[in-house]
Design a protein around this ligand. Structure first.
Ligand code: B4P
Length: 194
């Protein structure tokens, strides 16, 4: 069966961590807009130069840049039977854009997973990652700004997807394996299996 999925959740909720595991178990690519931007920043591409100025401040990269990048990526062969979008959509405009991209090909999302975690837990995780990976946007003031931007622009998207009957909420607090088990159980209940 197809599995076209979106992963929502605040910075540090475990999206990237869980996306890699879900992708492996279901055999669909995990597509992280954050990873694509970081690869472009590292490669000093034009896209990377544009994205960096926003990312370093904890702000979202403009929709015009992000939407075109995702449209291109989900049209690739490996995503033809499904994908897991990690960190996209993040704004209401991106939600509508994604719907339009899919419906052009007669497709639709199957499920939207929201990983929840409280602010203090995610700040602690991201500060730990900062000491390990040195990401420019993992300093405490930028993490706080990312959480504000998430609360303002992305958290409301869960209600949109809930109204469509697509939303599944997962508690992101606990061991990584425990959270994966919760996700796989919820996906099975939603009819999404390998
Ligand atoms: P992202 O790369 O999506 O960054 P993120 O929200 O911090 O999540 P990430 O996936 O990295 O971390 P995770 O929670 O897995 O975005 C970065 C920036 O890119 C954005 O701020 C924005 O500027 C730009 N961007 C991306 N998408 C965009 C879009 N659609 N529109 C506009 N701009 C966009 O993990 C965090 C840490 O927690 C890790 O160290 C992990 O090891 C740890 N962890 C995970 N699970 C844990 C658990 N259960 N217990 C303890 N620790 C755990």
């Amino acid at each position: 069966m197809s599995a076209r999925m979106v992963l929502l959740g605040p910075p540090g909720a475990g999206k990237g961590t869980q996306a890699a595991r879900i992708s492996e178990r279901l055999g669909v690519p995990a597509i992280s807009t954050g990873d694509i931007f970081r690869a472009n920043v590292a490669g000093e591409t034009e896209l990377g130069k544009q994205a960096k100025q926003y990312m370093d401040r904890g702000e979202y990269v403009p929709d015009s840049v992000t939407n075109a990048m995702v449209k291109d990526r989900i049209a690739q062969e490996d995503a033809s039977e499904g994908f897991l979008l990690d960190g996209y959509p993040r704004t209401e405009a991106q939600v509508h854009e994604l719907d339009a991209m899919l419906s052009e090909s007669g497709l639709a999302l199957d499920v939207v997973l929201e990983i929840t975690a409280d602010n203090e837990a995610v700040v602690e995780r991201l500060l730990k990652r900062a000491s390990e990976q040195n990401r420019a946007d993992d300093t405490e003031p930028v993490i706080r700004r990312r959480l504000e931007v998430y609360a303002e622009q992305t958290a409301p998207l869960a209600a949109l997807y809930e109204a469509e009957g697509l939303l599944v909420r997962i508690d992101g607090i606990g061991e990584v394996d425990e959270v994966t088990d919760r996700i796989m159980t919820a996906l099975e209940a939603a009819g999404v299996t390998a």
